[in-house]
Design a binder for this molecule. Structure first.
Ligand code: ADP
Ligand code: MG
Length: 676
């Protein structure tokens, strides 16, 4: 008798070659084998033509009425015969299986599984079946080295040996609560379901088990991450509060809440790893400022990393001003690639002795010669712009500083509890008071004049405008607007106003000067490529015109639109596009329908699937074998809550009902660590 933990090689009929083929499918133990689930089932229950719909996959049973004829066309062939099924004569066609003809005997009973064509009263045969009444045939993912039938036979054999012996991984209390099957029942009905109802029951339990195990792993990773070298930051609350009282505006309730969550984390002796999510314009920067200042009052340093030079510069200026206005004395420096060697050397020297409190920069912060005196906090702005590696690089920098990652790309629930599952999440779900929702219009190219006329009115009232064009130079390949041509055209159409052109080929100094001019209203119309996409903050700009808007993704469009709607003025976004695809239309419709970044992100996820949201590689969404993190989101959420509840119980890993789970996790976590 085999044990479920035995290697597959112990099964009769599994030699080295077969074992290798199984290993390639990640099947090592008998347990792996019996939990190698079919990806679908075929319903082989016999049916009549009357109860079948066109295109159904069905099994018909009848009497062969005409002998099989084989027609050959070169290498291909067609085999057809008549089958009397329930008074109807069905023509059965098999393609490229001429050897079947010898099994077709007139006047004999025969059952065929295939695709039904109602109009032609025909069945395109898939296989001849032994007609039993109720049968679901499991279909397995197979490989070139081992076919589905062999896998199925091995599973049957293995299951006959270990049936009834598998311990349940999901604790009994949780199974009872959600009416989940015990693991033996679950495996049995996954592999050999008596009918679709039981298959569904088994799938539900299996998906939950999969989500729960996944969430348990995340919770354990989180615990181990927190437990090493976290630092309790001795915030000077009096000084911190004094700064907060001097801010130029009152924080929103949502900002107050997340500031509290972060401060709480910082003062605990555990390591903070927190994701701050807030829609564009929700005011994440000031939250970061408070978190950084908290660290500074404790005598430590903080750093803020931004994805672009423009943004880093804007942050350096903005934060310096914020602290200055509040009468706070600290030193903020900017480290970018464009610094002179002597300047850079000076900054690095000052940083190392602790003379700089807050260092702001781009990737340049990741250079190996950047050494902090005592780094207490890393803030990563627009974190979705950074690769996973860069995130962890900053985390390794010297000690184990707290990490606050900020993103304006709202992360749908599915992703936040899978891809970002190891982080704590704070959400700013509110915009500062007095913001008027941006009005968004979608116009086609023929209506561009309407948008320009409207722009003229707005400019006359003192507003400023962004005009976004996708590329900076004419390209034969892509029929896109040319930002330079657009700028020239606008200069002609709006002679009273200054037009600026911002694109990626400008030097940093040029970009900085342009942004400063726009901020100071020396430029009224800023034509730009997507350089303005993230973070740029000019409150008086209230009009956004996006040309060829259908060339942008939904998240990008929302980011672009978020550049306006930041001040007291009513803001407008015009999307100029003649989309050619349904997907293109769907994106524009979604933009017009809502300003809510979370809703748009959910929509985007539905339109594109999770892999694409952050780029397949970076999305980090794990592949589940049975559960679907989008369709089964509610279940995924519950699995997360239950996993949190499990690890929060004291000595959970010593409890009787958790023993199988603990054994399973410690084995698989050992593997997981090995990969890192
Ligand atoms: P984002 O979350 O997109 O990074 P910012 O931090 O750039 O947003 O903030 C957008 C604008 O809102 C800034 O001009 C900022 O000064 C302002 N702001 C932030 N919080 C508040 C508030 N509570 N009340 C009023 N204005 C605020
Ligand atoms: Mg920002």
């Amino acid at each position: 008798m085999a044990n479920y933990q035995d290697q597959v090689e112990t099964l009769p009929g599994v030699g080295p070659k077969r074992a290798e083929a199984l290993h390639a499918l990640n099947i090592f133990t008998i347990e792996d084998l019996v939990t190698y689930y079919p990806y679908r089932y075929e319903d082989l229950a016999v049916r009549t033509p009357q109860e079948s719909l066109d295109g159904d996959k069905v099994t018909f049973k009848g009497i062969v009425s005409t002998p099989a004829v084989v027609r050959r066309f070169g290498k291909r062939s067609q085999t057809y015969f008549g089958l009397m099924v329930d008074q109807a004569n069905i023509r059965v066609n098999f393609f490229n299986q001429p050897w079947l003809a010898k099994n077709i005997v007139v006047d004999q009973e025969l059952a065929v599984y295939g695709t039904y064509n109602a109009a032609k009263a025909s069945l395109t045969g898939i296989k001849l079946v032994t007609a039993s009444s109720d049968e679901l045939a499991a279909i397995y993912p197979a490989s070139k080295e081992i076919n589905a039938k062999t896998i199925q036979n091995l599973i049957e054999l293995a299951w006959s040996q270990v049936r009834g012996t598998l311990p349940s991984l999901v604790p009994a209390s949780i199974r009872n609560k959600y009416r989940l099957l015990d693991r033996n029942q679950q495996v049995e009905w996954m592999q050999f379901p008596p009918d679709p109802y039981h298959a569904k029951q088994a799938r539900r339990s299996t998906a939950f088990e999969e989500f729960y195990i996944f969430q348990m792993r995340l919770q354990l990773l989180k615990l181990s991450d927190q437990s090493f070298a976290g630092e309790e930051i001795k915030v000077n609350l009096q000084r911190w509060q004094a700064f907060k009282d001097q801010l130029p505006f009152k924080l929103t309730t949502a900002q107050e809440r997340v500031v509290g969550e972060i401060l709480n984390d910082q003062q605990r002796p555990l390591h903070m790893n927190r994701l701050l999510q807030g829609d564009v314009g929700s005011g994440k920067t000031v939250v970061a400022a408070l978190a950084m200042y908290a660290v500074v009052t404790a005598g430590l340093q903080a750093t803020l990393m931004a994805p672009t030079e423009i943004l880093a510069q804007q942050h350096a200026q903005g934060l310096a001003k914020l602290f200055d206005q509040a009468g706070v004395d600290l030193r903020v420096e900017l480290l970018t690639a464009g610094l002179k060697t002597s300047q850079r050397r000076q900054i690095l020297a000052d940083l190392e002795v602790g003379d700089i409190d807050i260092l702001i920069g781009t990737h340049a912060l990741l250079q190996p010669d950047v050494h902090f005196h005592h780094l207490g906090l890393v803030v990563i702005d627009e974190q979705h712009r950074f690769g996973v590696n860069q995130r962890s690089k900053l985390r390794e920098g010297g000690v184990n500083p707290d990490v606050l990652a900020m993103t304006a790309t709202p992360i749908p629930r599915t992703l936040s509890i899978t891809a970002y599952g190891e982080m704590d999440i704070s959400i700013i779900d509110q915009l500062p008071a007095g913001r008027k929702p941006i009005e968004t219009r979608w116009l086609n190219h023929g209506q561009l004049d309407l948008a320009l006329a409207f722009m003229a009115e707005q400019l006359a009232q003192g507003a400023q405008a962004y005009v976004v064009a996708p590329l900076i130079e004419e390209s034969e390949v892509l029929d896109v607007q040319n930002a330079q041509a657009v700028a020239i055209q606008l200069t002609e159409s709006f002679p009273k106003y200054q037009v600026g052109l911002l694109h990626g080929r400008l030097s940093n100094a040029e970009k900085q000067a342009l942004m400063a001019d726009f901020k100071a209203n020396r430029i009224q119309i800023l034509v730009a490529t997507t350089v303005v996409e993230v973070g740029v903050d000019v409150a008086n700009a209230s009009l956004m015109l996006i040309l060829d808007a259908d060339r942008f993704g939904l998240a990008q469009l929302h980011q672009l639109r978020g550049r306006v709607g930041r001040g007291e003025r009513q803001s407008y976004a015009f999307l100029i596009a003649d989309p050619k695809t349904d997907y293109g239309r769907a994106r524009l419709e979604a933009m017009v329908a809502t300003n809510d970044g979370f809703k748009l992100a959910e929509e985007d996820l539905k339109l594109r699937g999770p892999g694409d949201i952050l780029g397949t590689k970076q999305s980090g969404v794990p592949e589940f074998r049975v559960g679907d993190p989008i369709k089964d989101l509610t279940m995924l959420t519950i699995a997360q809550q239950e996993a949190i509840a499990t690890v929060e119980e004291s000595a959970w890993d010593n409890q009787e009902e958790n023993q199988a789970l603990v054994a399973y996790l410690s084995q698989s976590m050992a593997q997981y660590r090995h990969f890192d």
